[in-house]
Design a protein around this ligand. Sequence first.
Ligand code: XMP
Length: 520
Amino acid sequence: PVLVVDFGAQYAQLIARRVREASVYSEIVPSTVSADEVLARRPAAIILSGGPSSVYADGAPPVDPALLAAGVPVFGICYGFQAMAQALGGRVDRTGRREYGSTRLTVTEPGSPLLQDLPGELDVWMSHGDAVARAPEGFTVTARTPDTPIAAFEDVDRRLAGVQYHPEVVHSTGGQRVLERFLHDVAGIPPAWTPGRILDEQVRLVRERIGDERVICGLSGGVDSAVAAALVQRAVGDQLTCVFVDHGLLREGEREQVEQDFVAATGVRLVTVDARERFLSALAGVTDPETKRKIIGREFIRVFEQAAAEVSAAARTDSPDGAGVRFLVQGTLYPDVVESGGGTGTATIKSHHNVGGLPEDLTFELVEPLRTLFKDEVRLLGAELGLPAAIIRRHPFPGPGLGIRIIGEVTADRLATLRAADLVVRQEMTAAGVDDQVWQCPVVLLADVRSVGVQGDGRSYGHPVVLRPVTSEDAMTADWSRLPYDLLARISNRITGEVPEINRVVLDITSKPPGTIEWE
Ligand code: XMP
């Protein structure tokens, strides 16, 4: 793999993703891992990420010169660039100035292997205080900015290079090109990490792991569980049973999408549990958001466990050796693994409690075929597996579903109202071609609020719905989407015309933070 050494900036994941987008497999390692351990993993190249504001800061993690002397190609970014300079005998100065945001970069060595086919001047994204004042011996300085005379350098013979700016962010023109030139040309790594290969490899691993045992998978209607299930189905066929819990908090058409489209595309054996009544009665009279979440989470686990026990019992009667279900498939993705510290030793613990998840004391052994993958790759894999576009491109949807998008008590009537409004929003967004610009667009029913309006020939006293379209890279932060006014107008006209209970449509223009994406 290409190893991205994480110096604690939020950019390491983004760098790892960009490397994968260059069709090269990458993983993240914390900077506390020793040079020996890093090299023992036989990296094809190493990328040193951005990190603390200063190499002089207390506890600033150094780069072990051994890492740079092993003959492995190394690319330093921002802090990684400075730490590399320092480790190789260059000089880093505290300038007392901060260069932050978009800056004009001038390429001073147009023949540089890294920068050669870029324009001579380009806008790049900077965020640093210190600066490299003298490049280490053997290095050629290849670019500067008005404030930073040494903004990029390279030592082609030793295959070491770095840039002061952040090529991994979209605001840096040609950033991806620079990473690709480093990976493909300087480090000589072929762009071989393709969806077809990922699929073959994961199918093989799953087959090895599961052997001829039975396996079960919970489907939520979302991309991750669908792709994980389809992949396991490809690997072990009917040894897999999928369980889909209809908790009644789904959107219009989602149950059919799983029961018909997904099954048709994969041939998966599916058990649907209709638990709509059970969830509705458990939620009766409840308005507090956290209580709702707890109830939905608790009921979900009970229903799933019961279904799993039944599938297991059936497997026991079926199979010659009386074995039940041994494995459970989960659609865990690489960002969850990194964030929960799994496998990489990073300390951050994911704080977002995943309602709709399963308890940790399940008696199954976990199979997580997407554990090394980013979301974009999961979508590519879904396409490779022939899943319907509607599933692959589905926006994130919370486990507790519409239950946390009705502000107030959840009832069957209110669910029907919200479902109708939500359907209009999704139809119009798709028709306008904006699905790919929007991370997700919750539609929220303010069920305890009423306002006066005129609808048809008389006074109305109905409820508002809130549109919450957001853009985001990872749901940790978000901005509200600037959807076209004519699209918003169409949505508003249709909802107030087609859903009698709703007489007002409002737009949420709060970023996250301070707002969260969901309202509850
Ligand atoms: P917030 O509202 O915290 O949401 O900004 C961030 C992202 O997480 C989704 N979300 C959930 N997903 N179970 C999930 O699987 C949950 O309980 C849950 N709550 C929020 C939300 O839709 C957004 O994408």
